[in-house]
Design a protein around this ligand. Structure first.
Ligand code: ADP
Length: 475
């Protein structure tokens, strides 16, 4: 099958969060299954590209013609089409600019307009999150006259429904989308253009990154205002759990670690703990349970309850390292607390290498998320024999089995309610289990035995692509 995988980020060319990990690894797994998969993304300032001739191609938005450049890079064996448009993309960050609507609206149309220039006609375009979610709408409007476009199926994967891409009507007009799509059954959402909504309506198939999140987003609590719409499109909605890239996340081969280890040499993991304590400036106490945390510092990740519970967690005689960036509202209290405590180390930055060392050197990995579409942190930590403590939501519920509920299959500690006491209780149970020492190695081995590779999920995506290119479902 020929697949064009559209994403705003793809590791290692550009990564902000989990979307980057997925876009850098799922296409590789599809390629390994024998499919002709190519990635398309904007060329930002930080994206290294081979020095070769840039192919110029026109991008049509309404009656206006723009120019863009096309260059090809690679992630492993997977070709990556880089769309060059310096005034929109040649900047130091991936997101968070005032003109993001224009930047990614342009991206959506450029994805289609590059097909003749690249002479690549995919069976399916796989769009991801709001940044590429207008592709199906464009495909059903401006490009629909051409038979080569009409044959293309579309899939939209929702990695996070919180971010929908909401912009004023003027953007809709600038993009040249047909007026017939401007209504509450189309791209409009309470007077604004909603990229994600347009994707949900016009894509042939829609999925999210875990089966539980696929159910959750059809409820008022998790639906972010689109739960009714998602319920009405339930027939084309499914959930496929993300995998992780075993080449990138493998404690036996990880170049960032002081000491490599595997399931059969788990005793070596303690050297990574000692090294992490040293790097963090923590006392070299082998017995103190070390809890790691690597994440965006936002409400989604559970900071409302974490900030309030921190002092009590620290009273348990544990050590805590936190790596992340995000909202000042949470960064501030956490770093103020860290100044008064020698057992809490906070790094407010993005650091890929340090993240690897935290996954390896910690005993536990905490994810008290308010909601979590899939979550990669808990999967990576399982692979590193670092026991996750998580709230039961979305992909966390689909990957972590509570030790207290089922000691023979448990691989982590799970709490249900989004509440301080529930979080505290889970950390207490985890710490008590660690201190008792009984069964510690077995839980670590069970964690490391979970199959978190893309193998099974990539096959499910292929089945989804088959559905998308077939007769329209639901829509
Ligand atoms: P999300 O996509 O919601 O941010 P995920 O758990 O799906 O969360 O993926 C987060 C990814 O980003 C993981 O690979 C995690 O290790 C990485 N990450 C998050 N914050 C940082 C940071 N400050 N430094 C390095 N890596 C980070």
């Amino acid at each position: 099958m020929k697949i064009l995988f559209a994403s705003a980020e793809a590791y290692p060319l550009a990564k902000v969060g989990g979307l980057g990990d997925v876009a850098g690894s799922l296409p590789k797994a599809l390629k390994a299954l024998g499919h002709d998969v190519r990635i398309v993304m904007p060329r930002y300032g930080m994206v290294q590209a081979p020095r070769e001739e840039v192919v110029q191609f026109p991008v049509h938005l309404g009656d206006a013609n723009h120019e863009a450049g096309l260059r090809t890079a690679r992630i492993g064996q997977v070709p990556v089409y880089l769309i060059e448009k310096p005034d929109l993309y040649d900047r130091p960050k991936v997101y968070e600019y005032d003109d993001d609507g224009k930047r990614f609206g342009f991206f959506c149309k450029a994805i289609l307009d590059l097909l003749p220039a690249a002479d690549f006609w995919p069976d399916v375009i796989h769009t991801n999150d709001w940044h590429s979610a207008l592709v199906p709408a464009f495909l059903r409007s401006t490009a629909s006259q051409d038979e080569r476009f009409r044959r293309i199926g579309t899939v939209l994967t929702i990695h996070n429904l919180l971010h929908q891409g909401l912009f004023p009507r003027q953007l809709f007009d600038w993009l040249g989308l047909p007026g017939s799509m401007w209504n509450h059954e189309g791209a409009e959402f309470y007077g604004q253009l909603n990229f994600m909504k347009a994707g949900i309506v016009f894509a042939d198939c829609v999925n999210t990154v875990s089966p539980t999140y696929a159910k959750e987003i059809q409820t008022l609590e998790f639906g972010e205002g689109l739960d009714g719409l998602l319920r009405s499109y339930a027939a084309k909605l499914s959930g496929i759990l993300n995998g992780i890239d075993h080449d990138v996340w493998n404690p036996a081969k990880d170049p960032f670690l002081i000491q490599k280890y595997s399931k059969s040499t788990l005793e070596k993991k303690s050297a990574d703990k000692v090294a992490l304590q040293k790097e963090a400036g923590l006392p070299p106490d082998a017995k103190a349970p070390l809890i790691g945390f690597v994440s965006r510092v936002t409400a989604q990740k559970g900071f409302d309850i974490l900030v309030e519970t921190f002092p009590q967690i620290l009273q348990m005689g544990i050590q805590f390292v936190l790596l992340g960036t995000g909202e000042k509202k949470y960064e501030d209290p956490v770093s103020v607390l860290a100044r008064t405590r020698s057992d809490l180390i906070v790094w407010l930055k993005y650091d890929e290498a340090l993240a690897h060392r935290i996954y390896a050197g910690s005993d536990f990995f905490l994810m008290p998320s308010k909601f979590e579409p899939c979550g990669l942190g808990q999967m990576i930590s399982l692979r590193y024999g670092t026991i996750p403590i998580v709230r039961s939501t979305g992909g966390l519920a689909d990957t972590v089995v509570d030790m207290t509920a089922d000691p023979s299959t448990g691989n982590g500690f799970v709490f249900r309610d989004y509440a301080r006491d529930a979080l505290l209780g889970a950390v207490q149970r985890a710490v008590a289990f660690y201190r008792a020492r009984k069964g510690w190695r077995s839980i670590q081995r069970r964690a490391m035995s979970v199959d978190l590779s893309w193998k099974a999920s990539a096959r499910q995506y292929v089945a989804l692509y088959e559905r998308a290119r077939g007769p329209l479902v639901g829509a």
